[in-house]
Design a binder for this molecule. Structure first.
Ligand code: CTP
Ligand code: MG
Length: 241
Protein backbone atom coordinates (compact mmCIF):
# COMPACT_ATOMS: atom_id res chain seq x y z
CA UNK A 1 0.00 0.00 0.00
CA UNK A 2 2.55 2.55 -1.10
CA UNK A 3 1.56 6.15 -1.83
CA UNK A 4 3.00 8.60 -4.36
CA UNK A 5 2.33 12.32 -4.63
CA UNK A 6 2.29 14.03 -8.04
CA UNK A 7 2.91 17.77 -7.74
CA UNK A 8 1.93 19.79 -10.84
CA UNK A 9 4.26 22.81 -10.80
CA UNK A 10 4.41 23.67 -14.50
CA UNK A 11 2.16 26.73 -14.48
CA UNK A 12 3.41 30.24 -15.14
CA UNK A 13 1.33 31.94 -12.47
CA UNK A 14 -0.21 34.61 -14.69
CA UNK A 15 -2.60 35.79 -11.98
CA UNK A 16 0.27 36.31 -9.55
CA UNK A 17 1.81 38.84 -11.95
CA UNK A 18 5.18 39.09 -13.72
CA UNK A 19 8.19 37.20 -12.40
CA UNK A 20 9.56 33.67 -12.18
CA UNK A 21 7.21 30.68 -12.65
CA UNK A 22 4.91 30.66 -9.61
CA UNK A 23 6.20 27.42 -8.08
CA UNK A 24 9.76 28.75 -8.02
CA UNK A 25 8.96 31.97 -6.20
CA UNK A 26 10.26 32.21 -2.66
CA UNK A 27 8.12 32.07 0.46
CA UNK A 28 10.14 32.96 3.50
CA UNK A 29 13.30 32.46 1.43
CA UNK A 30 12.46 28.97 0.12
CA UNK A 31 10.76 28.22 -3.20
CA UNK A 32 7.04 27.50 -2.94
CA UNK A 33 7.63 24.14 -4.65
CA UNK A 34 10.09 23.05 -1.94
CA UNK A 35 7.48 23.82 0.72
CA UNK A 36 5.00 21.70 -1.23
CA UNK A 37 7.44 18.78 -1.64
CA UNK A 38 8.18 18.85 2.12
CA UNK A 39 4.45 18.94 2.87
CA UNK A 40 3.99 15.68 0.92
CA UNK A 41 7.19 13.97 2.10
CA UNK A 42 6.19 14.91 5.65
CA UNK A 43 3.53 12.20 5.56
CA UNK A 44 4.93 8.85 6.70
CA UNK A 45 2.87 7.15 4.00
CA UNK A 46 4.35 8.99 1.01
CA UNK A 47 7.33 7.13 -0.47
CA UNK A 48 7.61 8.92 -3.83
CA UNK A 49 7.12 12.55 -4.89
CA UNK A 50 6.85 13.31 -8.63
CA UNK A 51 7.43 16.99 -9.40
CA UNK A 52 6.06 18.16 -12.75
CA UNK A 53 8.27 21.06 -13.85
CA UNK A 54 7.65 23.74 -16.50
CA UNK A 55 8.10 22.11 -19.97
CA UNK A 56 11.53 23.68 -20.50
CA UNK A 57 12.49 23.91 -16.83
CA UNK A 58 13.09 20.37 -15.59
CA UNK A 59 16.86 20.85 -15.21
CA UNK A 60 16.42 24.08 -13.28
CA UNK A 61 13.85 22.50 -10.98
CA UNK A 62 16.11 19.48 -10.40
CA UNK A 63 18.99 21.79 -9.42
CA UNK A 64 16.71 23.71 -7.10
CA UNK A 65 15.49 20.57 -5.35
CA UNK A 66 19.10 19.38 -5.00
CA UNK A 67 19.82 22.65 -3.18
CA UNK A 68 17.09 21.91 -0.60
CA UNK A 69 17.51 18.21 0.22
CA UNK A 70 14.88 16.46 2.31
CA UNK A 71 15.97 15.65 5.84
CA UNK A 72 14.92 12.88 8.22
CA UNK A 73 12.58 10.12 7.12
CA UNK A 74 12.07 11.03 3.50
CA UNK A 75 10.71 10.07 0.12
CA UNK A 76 12.26 9.65 -3.32
CA UNK A 77 11.82 12.75 -5.47
CA UNK A 78 11.77 12.69 -9.28
CA UNK A 79 11.27 15.53 -11.74
CA UNK A 80 9.51 15.34 -15.12
CA UNK A 81 8.65 18.09 -17.63
CA UNK A 82 5.02 19.21 -17.70
CA UNK A 83 2.59 20.38 -20.35
CA UNK A 84 0.48 23.28 -21.53
CA UNK A 85 -2.44 22.62 -19.17
CA UNK A 86 -2.66 21.39 -15.61
CA UNK A 87 -4.48 18.29 -16.85
CA UNK A 88 -1.62 17.49 -19.24
CA UNK A 89 0.95 18.09 -16.50
CA UNK A 90 -0.79 15.67 -14.13
CA UNK A 91 -1.02 13.04 -16.88
CA UNK A 92 2.74 13.33 -17.54
CA UNK A 93 3.50 12.98 -13.82
CA UNK A 94 1.18 10.02 -13.42
CA UNK A 95 2.96 8.27 -16.30
CA UNK A 96 6.11 7.77 -14.19
CA UNK A 97 4.38 6.43 -11.07
CA UNK A 98 5.38 2.75 -10.75
CA UNK A 99 2.75 0.00 -10.92
CA UNK A 100 3.24 -1.09 -7.31
CA UNK A 101 1.92 2.24 -6.00
CA UNK A 102 -1.74 1.82 -5.08
CA UNK A 103 -2.61 5.32 -3.84
CA UNK A 104 -1.81 8.52 -5.74
CA UNK A 105 -2.14 12.05 -4.41
CA UNK A 106 -2.25 15.03 -6.75
CA UNK A 107 -1.15 18.22 -5.01
CA UNK A 108 -0.78 21.74 -6.39
CA UNK A 109 2.67 23.26 -5.90
CA UNK A 110 0.64 26.42 -5.35
CA UNK A 111 -0.69 25.01 -2.02
CA UNK A 112 2.65 24.98 -0.18
CA UNK A 113 1.31 25.13 3.38
CA UNK A 114 -1.11 22.20 3.59
CA UNK A 115 -0.72 20.57 7.03
CA UNK A 116 0.41 16.94 7.21
CA UNK A 117 -2.77 15.96 9.07
CA UNK A 118 -4.82 16.93 6.01
CA UNK A 119 -2.52 14.88 3.76
CA UNK A 120 -2.87 11.89 6.08
CA UNK A 121 -6.66 12.23 6.27
CA UNK A 122 -6.90 12.01 2.47
CA UNK A 123 -4.58 8.98 2.30
CA UNK A 124 -6.49 7.21 5.07
CA UNK A 125 -9.82 7.69 3.31
CA UNK A 126 -8.40 6.17 0.09
CA UNK A 127 -6.86 3.24 1.95
CA UNK A 128 -10.20 2.70 3.68
CA UNK A 129 -11.77 2.11 0.26
CA UNK A 130 -12.80 5.42 -1.33
CA UNK A 131 -11.58 5.57 -4.96
CA UNK A 132 -11.43 9.39 -4.92
CA UNK A 133 -11.13 11.80 -1.99
CA UNK A 134 -10.97 15.59 -1.91
CA UNK A 135 -10.30 17.89 1.05
CA UNK A 136 -12.97 20.59 1.12
CA UNK A 137 -14.21 23.55 3.15
CA UNK A 138 -17.57 25.30 3.37
CA UNK A 139 -17.73 28.65 1.59
CA UNK A 140 -17.69 32.01 3.32
CA UNK A 141 -19.09 33.90 0.32
CA UNK A 142 -22.43 33.35 -1.37
CA UNK A 143 -21.86 32.20 -4.97
CA UNK A 144 -23.81 33.43 -8.01
CA UNK A 145 -23.96 31.87 -11.45
CA UNK A 146 -23.83 34.51 -14.20
CA UNK A 147 -24.33 34.52 -17.96
CA UNK A 148 -21.10 35.86 -19.50
CA UNK A 149 -21.58 38.74 -22.00
CA UNK A 150 -20.09 38.20 -25.44
CA UNK A 151 -19.86 40.06 -28.76
CA UNK A 152 -21.66 43.43 -28.86
CA UNK A 153 -22.50 43.33 -25.16
CA UNK A 154 -19.06 42.31 -23.86
CA UNK A 155 -18.10 44.51 -20.92
CA UNK A 156 -21.68 45.23 -19.83
CA UNK A 157 -22.69 44.06 -16.34
CA UNK A 158 -23.44 40.31 -16.40
CA UNK A 159 -26.90 39.06 -15.39
CA UNK A 160 -27.23 36.63 -12.48
CA UNK A 161 -28.96 33.42 -13.50
CA UNK A 162 -28.85 31.48 -10.25
CA UNK A 163 -27.81 31.24 -6.60
CA UNK A 164 -26.87 27.70 -5.48
CA UNK A 165 -27.64 26.98 -1.83
CA UNK A 166 -24.41 27.90 -0.06
CA UNK A 167 -24.73 25.25 2.64
CA UNK A 168 -24.41 22.54 -0.01
CA UNK A 169 -21.31 23.99 -1.69
CA UNK A 170 -17.69 23.20 -0.85
CA UNK A 171 -14.43 24.77 -1.97
CA UNK A 172 -12.08 21.92 -2.79
CA UNK A 173 -8.36 21.82 -2.19
CA UNK A 174 -5.48 19.45 -2.72
CA UNK A 175 -4.00 16.93 -2.14
CA UNK A 176 -6.76 14.97 -3.83
CA UNK A 177 -6.28 11.24 -3.33
CA UNK A 178 -7.10 8.39 -5.68
CA UNK A 179 -6.95 4.72 -6.19
CA UNK A 180 -4.22 4.70 -8.84
CA UNK A 181 -6.11 2.72 -11.49
CA UNK A 182 -9.13 5.03 -11.21
CA UNK A 183 -7.06 8.18 -11.75
CA UNK A 184 -5.14 6.61 -14.64
CA UNK A 185 -8.43 5.61 -16.29
CA UNK A 186 -9.84 9.12 -15.83
CA UNK A 187 -6.80 10.72 -17.47
CA UNK A 188 -6.89 8.20 -20.31
CA UNK A 189 -10.61 8.55 -21.06
CA UNK A 190 -11.76 12.00 -20.06
CA UNK A 191 -10.74 15.04 -22.07
CA UNK A 192 -12.17 18.37 -20.95
CA UNK A 193 -12.41 21.57 -22.98
CA UNK A 194 -10.34 24.73 -22.86
CA UNK A 195 -7.75 25.04 -20.11
CA UNK A 196 -8.32 21.38 -19.25
CA UNK A 197 -9.70 20.23 -15.92
CA UNK A 198 -9.03 22.49 -12.94
CA UNK A 199 -9.33 19.49 -10.64
CA UNK A 200 -8.66 15.77 -10.97
CA UNK A 201 -11.69 14.63 -9.01
CA UNK A 202 -13.90 16.29 -11.63
CA UNK A 203 -12.51 13.91 -14.24
CA UNK A 204 -13.15 10.92 -11.98
CA UNK A 205 -16.75 12.14 -11.46
CA UNK A 206 -17.21 11.97 -15.23
CA UNK A 207 -16.30 8.29 -15.14
CA UNK A 208 -19.32 7.85 -12.88
CA UNK A 209 -17.12 6.99 -9.90
CA UNK A 210 -18.09 8.40 -6.50
CA UNK A 211 -15.89 11.16 -5.07
CA UNK A 212 -16.07 11.89 -1.34
CA UNK A 213 -14.90 14.84 0.74
CA UNK A 214 -12.89 14.98 3.96
CA UNK A 215 -12.33 18.18 5.95
CA UNK A 216 -9.89 20.55 4.29
CA UNK A 217 -7.76 23.14 6.09
CA UNK A 218 -7.60 26.91 5.78
CA UNK A 219 -3.80 26.73 5.45
CA UNK A 220 -4.22 24.59 2.31
CA UNK A 221 -5.34 27.69 0.39
CA UNK A 222 -3.97 28.16 -3.14
CA UNK A 223 -1.47 30.94 -3.78
CA UNK A 224 -3.09 32.53 -6.81
CA UNK A 225 -3.04 36.33 -6.54
CA UNK A 226 -0.53 38.72 -4.92
CA UNK A 227 -2.50 39.00 -1.66
CA UNK A 228 -2.12 35.23 -1.20
CA UNK A 229 1.66 35.70 -0.88
CA UNK A 230 1.06 38.10 2.01
CA UNK A 231 -1.16 35.52 3.70
CA UNK A 232 1.34 32.69 3.11
CA UNK A 233 4.20 34.66 4.67
CA UNK A 234 1.95 35.49 7.63
CA UNK A 235 1.06 31.82 8.14
CA UNK A 236 4.76 30.90 8.14
CA UNK A 237 5.52 33.69 10.64
CA UNK A 238 2.74 32.38 12.91
CA UNK A 239 4.18 28.86 12.72
CA UNK A 240 7.59 30.14 13.80
CA UNK A 241 6.13 32.13 16.70
N1 CTP B 1 -0.03 23.70 -13.47
C1 CTP B 1 0.76 22.78 -14.18
N2 CTP B 1 0.80 22.84 -15.56
C2 CTP B 1 0.11 23.79 -16.21
C3 CTP B 1 -0.70 24.72 -15.51
C4 CTP B 1 -0.75 24.64 -14.12
O1 CTP B 1 1.42 21.94 -13.58
N3 CTP B 1 0.22 23.84 -17.55
C5 CTP B 1 -0.01 23.65 -11.99
C6 CTP B 1 0.49 24.95 -11.35
O2 CTP B 1 1.91 24.99 -11.38
C7 CTP B 1 -0.11 24.92 -9.98
C8 CTP B 1 -1.38 24.07 -10.16
O3 CTP B 1 -1.31 23.48 -11.47
O4 CTP B 1 0.73 24.29 -9.02
C9 CTP B 1 -2.63 24.89 -9.98
O5 CTP B 1 -2.74 25.83 -11.03
P1 CTP B 1 -2.86 27.40 -10.88
O6 CTP B 1 -3.00 27.80 -9.46
O7 CTP B 1 -3.85 27.87 -11.88
O8 CTP B 1 -1.38 27.89 -11.30
P2 CTP B 1 -0.93 28.59 -12.65
O9 CTP B 1 -1.64 27.96 -13.80
O10 CTP B 1 0.55 28.61 -12.63
O11 CTP B 1 -1.47 30.08 -12.39
P3 CTP B 1 -2.33 30.99 -13.41
O12 CTP B 1 -3.57 30.19 -13.72
O13 CTP B 1 -2.60 32.24 -12.61
O14 CTP B 1 -1.43 31.21 -14.59
MG1 MG C 1 -3.80 28.07 -13.99
Amino acid sequence: ARTAAVIPAAGRGVRLGPGAPKALRPLNGMPMLVHAVRAMAGSRSVSLVVVVAPPDGADEVQRLLDAYPLTGRSADVVVVPGGETRQESVRLGLAVVPEDISTVLVHDAARPLVPVDTVDAVITAVRDGAPAVVPALPLADTVKQVEPRTGERAGEPEPVVGTPERARLRAVQTPQGFDRATLVEAHAKIALEGDGATDDAGMVERLGVEVVVVPGHEEAFKVTRPLDLVLAEAVLARRRA
